[in-house]
Write a protein that binds this ligand. Structure first.
Ligand code: GDP
Ligand code: MG
Length: 311
């Protein structure tokens, strides 16, 4: 996270950091993509597909909001889970406000209790994003009650907690959310150029797009034990980008799932990914996809390091 220089009165703009937290599948990536207007975070119907703090950057005449999209908090099982928990905890430091995003179509669960327990004493303002209101879910009183219980007072008495019914998918109240965040940001210069939407490494964004397509096509069949590594990326003849991506699976049986009958699934995922990459990179794309089997890659620090997960 870039360090902020001394803040002075001379700045007309506001700039700061907002962290989006919440359990998997509440719509954090969708919201981020809605705000930033470009696909920066992987979105999938399968929980836990966001692995690192992909940041989206929103800029307008008022200034700049740098968003941090955190993986959902959950119980650690191995190296990768520990990393994910660590990056969520880190994203809590040095931010100017926190958006606690919840799914009003689902009841409060154990994970929400954990999130609120970690958030209840933070010193920065919290926006309780009551998300997916387009589904007309009936559970939002439960989320308000959860916060009231955690802080031992009524919601009206909490000056630093703002309720925001919204829909990240449809875009309902997203403008209002941005207005509210701006009220919490200090005056200062922009952190990034006005046209930047993310500082995630390009290879990681590309790997995430490939992974998203595999998740979409395999649905629940495929557990969270696949990784995608971009092994090679270079300009090729005729304004084409050559990309070689390797899909790493944890068990031999998963290889068949990823490849599909007569290679159909992998081929289809490759086509979907290529189309999206061509839009993103504004060149033609030649995408080569391989599947490799690496036992216990989730516990192998060198593979994780290759994928950009530093410890
Ligand atoms: P994350 O795990 O919190 O990042 O959640 P995602 O952004 O990946 O979204 C999980 C699922 O919820 C996807 O299928 C989204 O399309 C869906 N979703 C997200 N926001 C909304 C919303 O406001 N309304 C509805 N109906 N669905 C949403
Ligand atoms: Mg996500």
């Amino acid at each position: 996270m870039p360090k902020k220089k001394t803040v002075s009165k001379k700045y007309k703009t506001c700039a700061g950091f907002a962290s989006i937290v919440g359990r998997p599948n509440v719509g954090k990536s969708t919201l981020l993509n809605q705000i930033v207007g470009e696909k920066v975070a992987i979105v999938s119907p399968v929980p836990q597909t966001t692995r690192t703090n992909v940041r989206g950057v929103y800029t307008d005449e008022r200034g700049q909001i740098v968003f941090i999209d955190t993986p959902g908090w959950h119980q650690g099982r191995d190296h990768l889970d520990r990393f994910m928990n660590q990056s969520s905890a880190n994203s809590m430091e040095g931010v100017d406000c926190i958006i606690h995003l919840v799914d009003t179509g689902r009841q409060v669960g154990e994970e929400e209790h954990q999130v609120v327990n970690r958030l209840k004493n933070v010193s920065v303002p919290v926006i309780l994003g009551l998300n997916k209101i387009d589904l007309k879910g009936k559970y939002f009183p439960q989320y308000i009650a959860l916060w009231e219980e955690a802080r031992g007072k009524k919601i009206e008495e909490m000056k630093d907690l703002v309720l925001m019914p919204m829909s990240g998918l449809v875009g309902t109240q997203v403008d209002k959310l941005i207005d509210t965040i701006f009220t919490f940001l200090p005056k200062g210069p922009l952190f990034y150029e006005a046209d930047i939407v993310t500082d995630a490494p390009q290879k990681q964004v590309i790997a995430d797009i490939v992974r998203e397509k595999l998740f979409l096509l395999t649905r629940q069949e495929l557990p969270h034990s696949i990784a995608v590594v971009i092994e090679e990326m270079r300009p090729a003849k005729g304004k084409t980008t050559f990309i070689r991506a390797v899909v790493i699976v944890e068990r031999d049986s998963q290889k068949e799932i990823v490849i599909g009958h007569k290679g159909q699934l992998l081929k289809q995922a490759g086509t979907l990914a290529r189309q999206e990459l061509e839009t993103l990179l504004e060149t033609k794309v030649f995408l080569e996809l391989f599947v490799k089997f690496r036992k216990n890659w989730r516990d192998d620090a060198s593979i994780l390091a290759d994928m950009g997960y530093a410890f």
